[in-house]
Design a protein around this ligand. Structure first.
Ligand SMILES: *[C@@H]1O[C@H](CO)[C@@H](O)[C@H](O)[C@H]1NC(C)=O
Length: 418
């Protein structure tokens, strides 16, 4: 393991913190309540109930996976998805899996991801994700690299991730919320440690290469309700990164169910997950991945271009829906970019699923590049309405040197209702 691009002093401080973290993680073993929490593992028969046939078909909904999860855990699976965002990048990675039949997933994390406390033959959540993807895409080339390094936090990975996962992975999963709490809590004036900055550095670096990023915010019982995820959430929100939190789902569950901790954590250890806990993490991640895979339409992305904010797409069939738009005077439309020179395509938009009554909003016109109102519907009943737009197969764009790339580029600025 070699730190690149960081001063030796910082490396030394990171190693010191890593040692401290290791010490703290080791001290879980002697947690006073541990004896009471020892218990038999749940029987693996849970897993044999898992229906897999719906994955093979790749056509039906995810309802079976969610039903099994809910009956296995008594928790709605969605509880763990604390931030879905647009899901745009994950959907793009899953689209590539659909079309090109291959995906590389890199997982970065600490001892939870490593599988501390598990037997060698027990499956880590990384392996369960790999298996789940293989069932869904049996003919695809699926690589899931578990790049965990026990007793490390995001500070380490922000400098050294390339040593642990393929840097050109399509999807990265970041787990580090338990260790990052300790990094933050043990920061002193003399040592620069800032979890938000380190997380931002890492996430920006990963996104820059075009990959999708997801966060798995893990939580252990040793710090009450707290973990380092609040710091991660700041970055997740800024970069539209989906975040799954085991705490959001498990904390209430453990409060409500006597002995529940023994179902989730390694016996005698309140911070590391047992095989059942790894199954939980894998199911929560797979649910999000497969939902994006089966959504079927390419996505719009939020972009900032010359200080202007747009929802942007350039692939025919890309869709976006704005839900629950308040309409008072019956009008619903879009404020979208039109241009003489940019090579803008056309949007087809409709309201409340009424695709038969769609309107075409043309991007090309004989004027400068500027926002313009396009009406989608008039005479709507007052109340909340949904408007959906799709990049149409038609385009009036005129090829020229300014019109780089697709002639189906579309840029939505705002939804307009009155
Ligand atoms: C708008 O979409 C939401 C979310 O899909 C749905 O619950 C709601 O019923 C829709 N509203 C209308 C008016 O179709």
């Amino acid at each position: 393991m070699v730190a690149v691009g960081r001063a030796p002093a910082l490396l030394a401080s990171m190693l010191a913190l890593a040692a401290l973290t290791l010490l703290l993680l080791t001290s879980y073993e002697s947690f006073p309540g541990a004896e009471m929490l020892r218990g038999p593992f749940p029987t693996p028969s849970h897993d044999s109930k898992r229906p897999s046939s719906h994955h093979h078909a790749c056509t039906t909904s995810l309802a079976p996976l969610r039903d099994v999860f809910a009956s296995r855990w008594g928790i709605p699976l969605q509880t763990s998805l604390v931030r879905a965002g647009t899901g745009a990048r994950v959907r793009r990675a899953m689209e590539r899996l659909w079309k090109e039949r291959k995906i590389t997933v890199g997982i970065l994390g600490g001892s939870i991801t490593y599988g501390h406390g598990l037997q060698p033959e027990d499956k880590r959540y990384s392996q369960l994700i790999e298996e789940g993807l293989r069932v869904a895409f049996p003919d695809a080339e699926i690589v899931v690299k578990n790049g965990a390094v026990p007793a490390t936090g995001t500070d380490y990975f922000s400098a050294c991730y390339k040593h642990h996962v393929p840097e050109d992975a399509d999807l990265f999963i970041l787990e580090g919320a338990v260790n990052d709490l300790m990094v933050e809590a043990n920061t002193e004036g003399s040592i620069h440690q800032d979890v938000i900055t380190d997380t931002e550095t890492l996430v920006r670096e990963l996104l820059k290469g075009g990959a999708a990023v997801m966060m798995l915010s893990t939580w252990g019982m040793t710090n009450g309700y707290m973990n380092g995820a609040d710091h991660h959430a700041t970055v997740a929100e800024y970069y539209d990164v989906p975040r799954i939190s085991t705490r959001a789902a498990l904390y209430q569950y453990i409060q409500a169910h006597h002995d529940a901790a023994a179902e989730i954590f390694v016996p005698g250890d309140m911070g590391h997950y047992n095989p059942h806990g790894h199954r939980f993490m894998a199911d929560a991640i797979l649910d999000h991945l497969l939902e994006q895979a089966f959504d079927g339409h390419p996505a719009f992305e939020k972009i900032v271009w010359h200080n202007k904010h747009y929802w942007a797409a350039e692939e025919i069939g890309a869709r976006i829906t704005f839900t629950d738009v308040e309409v008072h005077g019956g009008f619903l439309g879009l404020y979208y970019l039109r241009s003489v020179s940019m090579g803008l395509g056309n949007l087809r938009c409709w309201v409340d699923g009424n695709e038969g009554a769609s309107k075409l909003l043309v991007g090309q016109w004989g004027y400068v590049s500027v926002g313009s109102v396009g009406a989608v519907a008039t005479g709507l009943a007052p109340g909340k309405h949904n408007v959906t737009c799709e990049v149409d197969q038609t385009t009036q764009a005129i090829p020229n040197e300014e019109a780089e790339g697709s002639l189906h580029k579309t840029r939505i600025i705002a939804v307009i209702a009155s």
